[in-house]
Design a protein around this ligand. Structure first.
Ligand SMILES: [Zn+2]
Ligand SMILES: [Zn+2]
Length: 127
């Protein structure tokens, strides 16, 4: 069981099982919304339980997906394909120790020009 929260604490949750790996997304949208790259782990929706969600809001970031964030502090917390039973959870909002490991980089074709990826992990042009 992992727990996590937004910066101000108005969104708090526990998640029963996660995929065990972390993916770093370098797409333009993630970079704009997060300020840099955005790293997530994945979990079944059914295993995600909120103890506080009064300031959780959803932004329809495309025709096929939405992003969950805290309306109060602005933390970027979730990404979910519409109607899919899985949710991506921002690794940065999970409480340590997570036991997770960064596994790969995706959408590297869209990465910023101000940094290099030097950790030797797989780099996908898309996903
Ligand atoms: Zn917050
Ligand atoms: Zn992305």
């Amino acid at each position: 069981m992992l727990s996590g929260r937004c910066e101000c604490g108005k969104v708090r949750f526990e998640v029963e099982t996660v995929s065990g790996t972390v993916t770093a997304c370098h797409c333009t949208q993630c970079r704009r919304l997060s300020g840099h790259l955005w790293a997530v782990t994945h979990a079944p929706m059914a295993g995600l339980h909120f103890s506080h969600d009064e300031s959780l809001a959803w932004y329809a970031s495309s025709d096929f997906a939405k992003r969950g964030f805290c309306r109060s502090c602005g933390s970027n917390l979730f990404y979910r394909l519409n109607d899919e039973d899985e949710i991506a959870i921002a690794a940065g909002c999970l409480d340590a120790p997570t036991g997770l490991k960064l596994e790969k980089h995706i959408f590297v074709k869209d990465k910023g020009d101000y940094y290099e990826i030097t950790d030797g992990l797989p780099q996908m042009q898309r996903f």
